[in-house]
Design a protein around this ligand. Structure first.
Ligand code: NAP
Length: 284
């Protein structure tokens, strides 16, 4: 079994990104700018946002976090987004989800300039992605594809099973595996005989949000197992959707939690911000 070290790969890629950022700054005097907008005080979101800011600064980016009260109106949030849409020094705008219940998430995502939508959730970017002309790709699935590449795992011709069908992970991940010529099944909470379906997989990706749900009964000998889940156990410890200790006995490759998919997500977000900056500068 090989443990897929997302933390190490993320560190390597972020170092390369920092070098590219220095070169860009030398060339044109501009660094990529990422603004993250956080509404409310959801503790998990606070942690994610802090990590994004820290990583962006470490890569040499301009970085700003706009913290708005949970009571902020949708109009106020849209005004903030409109401001950053116009501001040339910001190349990536990310609104941290979930938003407070009184806000219309779709309307908020629609308001972000698609060329700055580094999460890839704007319907225009999603449409381009689904039709095979991606500009912005949701970061978590993009990070998983990088991990597969790093470990020499080619999905072509393989059976891949994606458990979970969210717009941010499950569906785009299935699409990327399909684009990479895997034969893809998408499973979800209504799938019958889930264990049996999962056991068909050469590549099993799990994003359901249920701690240690996937046991060895879901896994074929030699499968590649990618765990996207981020859950807290009864002691507050971060755990994945996969029961790592028992599944690693069967898997050929497996991602740990923490240190697997999570660090890659931030890395891909930074990479997309860098690419958005280059497109803005007409450099690629
Ligand atoms: P989500 O929107 O809640 O979607 C969960 C999906 O899992 C749904 O499609 C649901 O099926 C399915 N599901 C739930 N329980 C199931 C069960 N018992 N059997 C089969 N399918 C089941 O979640 P998400 O946003 O995709 O996130 C999933 C997990 O990944 C969470 O733990 C989240 O924290 C984590 N995550 C991690 C990263 C990272 O960077 N590492 C990024 C994003 C998310 P239905 O559609 O039928 O309801």
């Amino acid at each position: 079994m090989t443990r897929m070290d997302g933390k190490a790969l993320a560190a390597k890629l972020q170092e390369q990104l920092a070098e590219k950022t220095v070169a860009l700054k030398e060339q044109v005097g501009i660094e990529p700018g990422l603004v993250v907008i956080l509404v409310g005080d959801d503790p998990a979101s606070q942690v994610y946002v802090r990590n994004k800011e820290r990583s962006a600064l470490a890569a040499g980016f301009r970085s700003e976090v706009v913290r708005l009260k949970a009571s902020t109106t949708q109009e106020e949030l849209l005004a903030v987004i409109a401001h950053y849409n116009q501001a040339a020094e910001w190349h990536g705008i990310l609104v941290q989800l979930p938003l407070p219940a009184h806000m219309d998430e779709e309307a908020v995502l629609l308001a972000i300039d698609p060329s700055k939508d580094v999460d890839g959730f704007h319907p225009m970017n999603m449409g381009k992605f689904w039709s095979g002309h991606p500009v912005m790709i949701p970061s978590t699935p993009a990070g998983i594809m990088e991990l597969l590449r790093e470990y020499g795992i080619d999905p072509a011709g393989k059976k891949a099973v994606m458990i979970g069908r969210s717009n941010i992970v499950g569906k785009p991940m299935a699409q990327l595996l399909l684009d990479a010529n895997a034969t893809v099944t998408i499973a979800h909470s209504r799938t019958e005989n889930l264990e049996q379906v999962a056991r068909e997989a050469d590549i099993l990706v799990v994003a359901i949000g249920s701690g240690h749900f996937v046991t060895k009964d879901f896994v074929k000998q030699g499968a590649v197992v990618i765990d996207v889940g981020m859950n807290r156990d009864e002691n507050g410890k971060l755990i994945g959707d996969v029961a790592y200790d028992e599944v690693k006995e069967l898997a050929s490759y497996i991602t740990p939690v923490p240190g697997g998919v999570g660090p890659m997500t931030i890395t891909m977000l930074l990479e997309q911000t860098y690419q958005a900056c280059k497109r803005f500068l007409d450099l690629g």
